[in-house]
Design a protein around this ligand. Structure first.
Ligand SMILES: *Cc1c(COP(=O)(O)O)cnc(C)c1O
Length: 403
């Protein structure tokens, strides 16, 4: 937007500003009311100045709002702020993280296309590909996340897209995103990265060569466990297709949630850095506990991909997984002995959460599939929140004492 600065200003000049300034100020244009906080446009439709104006806006001859399934000023502001933070030409908001993934595949793939998916992705993502997309003639194969040769070998002439999460949940495996982007592009495929665990505060996949980024805004973007939402970000040529699908099929973001998430972005880096610092302290502490057999956290020197994590991410995230003695019984006894930490499978909240992946998030996998994914019965996952580190440790110590 151009401004006549001499006439006074409502909006800030953000030319050349950094990440933190973009997180706080980008994306929003003030109304003539001069509101300082971002306005929340709770409206499903918009009025036209005349019948002729309506016709022009419907035909697209004149730009402007028509209906909130198509555009909403609050949602648009959140989208613009997300695009700025991911370094994307355009971002599109969706009703949930899953609808971001669905919209990406529905808009960029067709029957007969082949998709390669990391074996280590969110459980519902596997169901979406296996139970639904396959039904519509999309071929899906799974590949070990970190093994670039395996991706290369799995490519077919009709491979359209690679889909990964890095780092993965719950074992914090990584893939070299720049290397994988080269493999995808050599095969004529697009690389889609679910950036939920890092957020743009720690990792910007587009700058590393990925083509599309998807998010569950439900997690760290909100960061306070209040609402569901998702984002797809990338080049305009692809986002145009995603927008076309969303406005027709309907899983768009509510303006209220867009407003929540926009406020969440203002504190994103501060929150994520605090999450990472606490997670690092707890991972190091866990590694020294006799009751703990193994800790999975990319910030530890014992993590096989620690060097890649240092190179690729600005921090190691908040998810720490570990194995305890005593198999499933031991893990359950540990979890049940905690008294503060929330027993829930969600993550990306100010509140620390604890879960047993083998019987919750990965419970639908067969024992063989779980073994292949490295999810042992003795594995516990904690997503470290923003409580006092000493209090989180004390609660985890209760779990250990129960073993
Ligand atoms: C939670 C999550 C999703 C799904 O997001 P929803 O907002 O729950 O639909 C997708 N990917 C990852 C990595 C997640 O953690």
């Amino acid at each position: 937007m151009s401004h006549d600065w001499d006439a006074g200003r409502l909006d800030s000049d953000l030319d050349g500003v950094g990440f933190d300034t973009l997180a706080v100020r980008s994306g929003y244009h003030r109304s003539p009311e001069g509101e300082h906080g971002e306005a929340l446009f709770l409206t499903s439709s918009y009025v036209f100045r005349s019948a002729a104006d309506a016709a022009k806006r419907f035909s697209g001859e004149v730009p402007g709002n028509v209906y909130s399934r198509y555009t909403n000023p609050t949602v648009r502001a959140f989208e613009a702020r997300m695009a700025a933070l991911e370094g994307a030409e355009q971002a599109v908001a969706t009703a949930s993280g899953m609808s971001a993934i669905m919209a990406t595949i529905m808009s960029l793939c067709s029957a007969g296309d082949h998709i390669l998916v990391s074996r280590s992705v969110f459980g519902a993502t596997v169901s979406l590909f296996d139970k639904y997309f396959k039904r519509f003639g999309v071929q899906v194969d799974y590949v070990t996340l970190a093994d670039l040769d395996a991706w290369r070998i799995a490519c077919k002439p009709n491979t359209k897209l690679f889909f990964v999460e890095s780092p993965s949940n719950p074992l914090a495996e990584l893939v070299d995103i720049a290397g994988l982007a080269d493999v995808a592009h050599a095969a004529g495929a697009l690389l889609v990265v679910d950036n939920c665990f890092c957020t743009p505060a720690l990792q910007q996949p587009l700058a590393l060569g990925a083509d599309v980024v998807v998010h569950s805004a439900t997690k760290y973007i909100d960061g306070q466990g209040r609402g569901l939402g998702g984002v797809v970000a990338g080049r305009s040529e692809h986002m145009k297709e995603v927008v076309g699908f969303l406005r027709t099929a309907g899983p768009t973001m509510s303006p209220f949630n867009a407003w929540l998430f926009m406020k969440g972005l203002e504190t994103l880096r501060l929150r994520v850095e605090a999450h990472c610092a606490s997670a690092q302290a707890i991972a190091e502490w866990l590694e020294n506990q006799p009751a703990v057999e193994k800790v999975y956290y990319a910030g530890l020197h014992s993590h096989p991909q620690h060097a890649l994590a240092v190179r690729q991410q600005k921090g190691f995230g908040a998810v720490v997984s570990f194995e305890v003695k005593g198999g499933q019984e031991g893990a359950w006894r540990f979890i049940d002995a905690t008294r503060m930490i929330s027993i829930t499978a969600n993550l990306g909240d100010t509140k620390t959460t604890i879960t047993h992946p083998a019987t919750t998030t990965h419970g639908r996998l067969s024992p063989e599939e779980r073994a292949k994914a490295g999810i042992r019965d003795s594995l516990i996952r904690v997503a470290i929140g923003l409580e006092s580190v000493e209090d989180i440790k004390a609660d985890l110590a209760r779990g250990m004492a129960a073993l």
